[in-house]
Ligand binder design. Structure first.
Ligand code: S3P
Length: 449
C-alpha cells in the first residue's frame, strides 16, 4: 500500500497538462477495436481504467501496439471479436464493465465480466434490465440491496436465429454509462434504439459515433439511432484524446484554495456536458478562465484553463449542473470547505454508487480535516472557512477522487497530513503527486508499513 505525506503549501504556480480524458479514452479504444481497419489514438491517459478496456479488447482478438506516443489499433469490425479465453477483468472501472456489457450482449459467444471489490459492489440492474428487454441473455448476482444486480455479469451467446431488438427506453437515471451501453448494443440491433434521460449526461459516445458517420439524432436528453440508415461499418480514425476535465478539476481546486496560487492547464476537454463545475463556481466568485482552443477526438471542444486563488463565496451544486459535474463533487467539496459560509450539494444520490459512497466518504474526510459537514440523503451541507484546516490522517477507501480531494485539503492544513491507500489515483490520474510537486507542493509518496 502507498500513501502520501503532505505538508501545507503556500503557493502553487505553473503551467501543466493533465492525462487524457478517461471517458473519451474508453470510447476511443472500444470504437477503434470495432472499426474496420487501423486507428491511431494519441493522448490516452495511461491510467489503469483505460488499460482494463484495452486488455479486454486484446483478449477478444484485437491487436494494438504503441508507436511513439500513439496507440495504433487494428480494428476487427463490429462482428470480428473472438470469444475470450477467460473472464474479462474490468478492474475498478464501471465504464469498462457497463460499455462492454452492451457490446458483448450482442455477440454469438458467451463472456463473463468481473471486477475488483469496489466494482463488484456497484449496481448493474440499470444495464441488465434494458439489455434483457431487448433480448440479451445477461445476468448478474444478487447482493446487499434486495432486487439489485451485481457483478460478475454472465452473458450467454445469442442463438443463430436471434438478434437484439429495438428499444424505446426512458432511463431511470441520467447515466452516460447506461446510455452508451444501450447505444453500443443498438449498433447490433435490428430495430430502432430510442433513449431519453431525465437530464442529458455526458455525450461523448454520441459525438464520437456521429463523427464516425453513424446516423444518430439527438435532441436535448433524447437520442435515437435507426439501423436502417447505418452501413454497419465504423471507419478507422486518428484521434487525439484531450486532457481530462475531471483531473483538471483537482488542479482548478488546488489553485483556488492554496493562497496566491495560479495554475494554467493546457489542452483540456471542455465539453459542456462535463464542465458543470465551472457553472457552479461562477457565483462563488472563483477566478477560472477558459480560452477555447479547438476540437479533439472527433467533436470534443478543448481549451486552456487558468485558475487563481482569491476570496470565495459559498456555493451550490444541484439539479442539471450537478449531472454535468458528477465526478467533480469531491473537488467542489474542497473548494466549498474554503469558502466562508454554508455551501450545498444536492440531487447527488448517484454519488452513493460510485467507486465509493462518495457522499459518506467525502463527509467523513471533510470532518477529519475539521470542516463542518452535514450529510444529507442526496448530498451534503458544508460550512467552509478561509483559515487553515486541521492536519489529519485519512484513508481514500480505494476511491481515486477521494484520495485526490483529501490531498488538496491537506495542502490547506495547519501541519503535516497523511493520505493512505493512494494507489487508486493511478486509475485516472497517473502522476498526480509529481504534477502537484512540480507546482510547488511538498508531497512525498511512501510505502505504508
Ligand atoms: C462515465 C459516466 C459517469 C461517470 C464516470 C464515467 C462514462 O458514470 O461518473 O466516471 O465514461 O460514461 P454514470 O454513467 O454512472 O453516471
Amino acid at each position: 500500500l502507498k500513501r502520501y505525506r503532505i505538508r501545507p503549501a503556500s503557493r502553487l504556480v505553473g503551467r501543466v497538462v493533465v492525462p487524457g480524458d478517461k471517458s473519451i479514452g474508453h470510447r476511443a479504444v472500444l470504437l477503434s477495436a470495432l472499426a474496420d481497419g487501423r486507428s491511431r489514438i494519441t493522448g490516452l491517459s495511461g491510467g489503469l481504467d483505460n488499460a482494463a478496456t484495452l486488455r479486454a479488447m486484446t483478449a477478444m482478438g484485437v491487436r494494438s501496439h504503441e508507436e511513439g506516443n500513439a496507440l495504433v489499433v487494428d480494428g476487427v469490425g463490429l462482428h470480428g471479436l473472438h470469444m475470450p479465453a477467460a473472464s474479462l477483468d474490468c478492474g475498478n472501472s464501471g465504464t469498462t464493465m457497463r460499455l462492454l456489457a452492451g457490446i458483448l450482449s450482442s455477440q454469438r459467444f458467451g463472456s463473463r465480466l468481473i471486477g475488483d471489490a469496489s466494482l463488484t459492489s456497484r449496481p448493474m440492474r440499470r444495464i441488465v434490465a434494458p439489455l434483457r428487454a431487448r433480448g440479451a441473455h445477461i445476468a448478474g448476482v444478487s447482493g446487499k440491496k434486495e432486487g439489485e444486480v451485481y457483478p460478475p455479469l454472465s452473458i450467454a451467446p445469442l442463438l443463430p436465429e436471434e438478434r437484439l431488438l429495438g428499444l424505446e427506453y426512458e432511463m431511470p437515471v441520467a447515466s452516460a454509462q447506461l446510455k452508451s451501453c444501450l447505444l453500443l448494443s443498438g449498433l447490433y440491433a435490428k430495430g430502432v434504439t430510442a433513449l431519453s434521460e431525465p437530464v442529458l449526461s455526458r455525450d461523448h459516445t454520441e459525438r464520437m459515433l456521429v463523427a464516425l458517420g453513424v446516423p444518430l439524432q439527438t435532441m436535448g436528453p433524447m437520442v435515437v439511432f435507426d439501423p436502417a440508415d447505418f452501413s454497419g461499418h465504423l471507419p478507422g480514425f486518428e484521434w487525439h484524446v484531450p486532457g481530462d476535465f475531471s483531473s483538471a478539476a483537482f488542479l482548478i481546486a488546488a489553485a483556488l484554495v492554496v493562497p496566491e496560487s495560479r495554475i494554467t492547464i493546457e489542452d483540456v476537454g471542455t465539453n459542456p456536458t462535463r464542465s458543470g463545475l465551472l457553472s457552479a463556481l461562477a457565483p462563488m466568485g472563483a477566478s477560472v478562465h477558459v480560452t477555447p482552443r479547438g476540437v479533439a477526438a472527433g467533436d470534443e471542444p478543448t481549451g486552456v484553463i487558468t485558475a487563481h486563488a482569491g476570496a470565495l463565496r459559498p456555493g451550490r451544486a444541484a439539479a442539471e449542473v450537478l449531472v454535468r459535474m458528477i465526478d467533480e463533487v469531491p473537488a467542489f467539496c474542497v473548494i466549498a470547505a474554503r469558502a466562508e459560509g454554508v455551501s450545498e450539494v444536492r440531487d447527488a444520490e448517484e454519488l452513493r454508487v460510485k467507486e465509493s459512497d462518495r457522499i459518506a466518504t467525502m463527509a467523513s474526510v471533510l470532518a477529519e480535516f475539521g470542516v463542518r459537514c452535514e450529510e444529507l440523503p442526496d448530498g451534503m451541507r458544508i460550512t467552509g472557512r478561509a483559515g487553515p484546516l486541521c492536519a489529519a490522517n485519512v484513508a481514500s477507501r480505494g476511491d481515486h477522487r477521494i484520495a485526490m480531494a483529501a490531498t488538496l485539503l491537506a495542502l490547506c492544513a495547519d501541519g503535516e497530513s497523511v493520505v493512505d491507500d493512494v494507489e487508486c489515483v493511478e486509475t485516472s490520474f497517473p502522476g498526480f503527486a509529481s504534477l502537484l510537486r512540480s507546482l510547488g507542493a511538498a508531497i512525498d509518496q511512501e510505502s505504508a508499513p
